[in-house]
Design a binder for this molecule. Sequence first.
Ligand code: WT7
Length: 646
Amino acid sequence: MNETLANLLQENRRFAPPAELAAQANVTAEAYEEADADRLAFWARQAERLHWHKPWDQVLDWSNPPFAKWFVGGQLNIAYNCLDRHVLAGNGDKVAIHWEGEPGDTRTITYADLHRDVCKAANALTELGVGAGDRVAIYMPMIPEAAVAMLACARVGATHSVVFGGFSADALSGRIQDADAKLVITADGGYRRGKPSALKPTVDEAVARCPSIEKVLVVRRTGEEVAWGDKDVWWHDVVDAASAEHEAQAFDAEHPLFILYTSGTTAKPKGILHTTGGYLTQTSYTHHAVFDLKPDTDVYWCTADIGWVTGHSYIVYGPLSNGATQIMYEGTPDTPHKGRLWEIVEKYGVTILYTAPTLIRTMMKWGDDIPAQFDLSSLRLLGSVGEPINPEAWIWYREQIGRGECPVVDTWWQTETGAIMISPLPGVTEAKPGSAMRPLPGISADVVDDTATSVPPGGGGYLVLREPWPSMLRTVWGDDQRFLDTYWSRFDGMYFAGDGAKRDEDGDLWLLGRVDDVMLVSGHNISTTEVESALVSHPKVAEAAVVGATDPTTGQAIVAFVILRGTADASEELVGDLRNHVAKTLGPIAKPRQIMLVPELPKTRSGKIMRRLLRDVAENRSLGDVTTLQDSSVMDLISAGLQKPA
Ligand code: WT7
C-alpha cells in the first residue's frame, strides 16, 4: 500500500517538548525501557497505582488467545478507586467536576459530593432490583448524573451500556435487546443548540419494544412535560431519598464493566465488552502519562460525549481515578456563540484540552479571530483523537489555541482498545504534525503487509497489535465468533485494527484512516487521508473529504469535497489551483479528478465523515441510509450546491 506515495508527504516540522514540562513530566523515556525489559512487570506496576481489595495472582492469562484475562484473581471496585480513595485521602473538598450547562447554569461538584451522589444512586439501583451481573442502559445528556449513573452501576457490579443521546429509538431498542438490559437511566431531555431537546419520548418508544426493561429511571433536567408510564421512576424521588451510606464491594478483575456498541456503518453494531481491572489500569495510566496530569494544579477538559468511548475512558474512569479536576459541558460549541469553548477555557483556566480533529477543523473554518478574543494562556497541553489529524489542522491547533507553545498529543486508539495505544509522551517525544508517533510503553503496535510481514521504514500497510494489552476488548457481547472473525482472523496471532498506517524513516507511525477508505487509482493505492491533508495544507481550505469514485479509465478516481476557510471565495480558478496543489504535494497520480466546493460535510454523530454518502454523490447514485448523520439536511445542501458547476 502507498508504495508510490510513501515518501511524498513531506512533513519536516518537528516540535520538541517544552523544557519545563519535560523536567517535571509524569513519565520519562525510561518507561519505554522498563516496558521493553518486562512488559508484564511494567503493567503490574501500573496496576499498583490503583486500590485492590485483593491482589492478583497472575498478571496475564493468555492460555486461550485471543481471550485474555488480566490481573487474574485480583479484586477491586472501580467506583471506590474513582471516589472513596480520594475522599479517604483527605481530598473530598477538591472539585471533581465543574459542570457547565448549555443555557449557562453551572454546578460545582467535589469528590465528596460525587461520592455521596454515587452512593445514593447505588442504593437506589439496589432498591430497583439491579445488582451484579445485570445490564443497565444509560441514555443521557451531558449532565453530571450521566457520570453518576455509570459509577453507580460500576459500584454495584452492574454492566452499563451507554447509548449516545442523539441515537434513535431503533438504535436504542436494538442495543437494549442485544444486552438484555433491565433498567434504562435517562432524563426528560438536555439542552442542545439553545433549546431543550427531549430524550424521554425516544426512550418510551424504545422501551415499548423491550420487554426486558423493568424500570426507567428519569432525571429531570429540562422540566419539559413528559409522558409517564408504569415503569417510570423519577431520579429525584428514589436517588435523593436513598441512603448516602454504601460500602463498595470488590469485584473480580475480569468482571464485565461495560458494553459499548460501535457505530457499525454497515452491519449490526457490535457490543464491545470491557472488564474491570485491566481497563482501569490502562485508562488511569494513559491519562496520567499522555496528559501529564498534575491533579493539584491542572484543570482538564475532554470535550467528548459520554456516549463515546472517549467519554468513558477520558471523562469518567481515567480522570476520576487520577483525582483530576475537570470540566463537563452539556451543549454544542456554537451556542450561544462560536467562542463558547474558548470562553469556558478562559473562565475555568483549563490547562489540558482533549478534543477531536473535526472540531479543530470547524474552528479553523469559523476563523482565527474567534479564539483570539479569549484568554487561552492557561492551556499547557492539547490532545486530539478520533481521526487522523491533518498536519495543517495540528499546526493550527498548536498556533491558534496553544500559542505556538503547547505540545499536541495525537492519540490513536479505538472503542475496542479501551484506552490510548499510540501517542507522543508530552515530556519525551519530539512530535511531528500529523503523526501519532509511537506505541505507548507496554504496547506493541506494528505495520504489516498483506503477508503479515512487518514493513520496513518508509513502508505502508495495516496497523496491527502484536501483544495483548490490559484494556483490550474481551469479546463482542454474546458473539465470540464475531470477535474472532472481525479482529483476529485477518493475520494469525495479531489484532487487526482495520486502519492503514505508514512507518516513516524514523520508525514513527502515521495513521491513514480505515483500510476501506484506501483508493485504487490506476493501480496505485492512495489513502483518502493523504489527499485530504494535502488539500487542507492549502491556505484557503478548512476541511476536505476525499472518496474514490468508479472511473472507466482509472478504476477509481479521486473526488474531493472541500470547505473553504471563512474568508476565501469560491471560483473555478481556485478549484484549478487546488487540484494542482495536490498534484504538487503528493504527485500527479493523486490529482483529484474533480473538486466540489461545499458548505458542509456529512458526519456521523461522533464527527466522522461519512464517505459512503459522498461516494453516492460522486457516482451520481441516490443516497443510502442517512439516519446516522448528525444533520441530514447537510446532504441537501451538498446536492443543491452541485447543481451549479463548481
Ligand atoms: C477509529 C476508532 C478512540 C476514541 C474515538 C474513536 C480512528 C481514532 C485516531 C488518531 C488516526 C484515529 C481510527 C480508529 N482514529 N483516533 N489519533 N489518528 N485515526 O473511537 O469510534 O472506536 O473509532 O478512529 O480509524 O480505528 P472509535
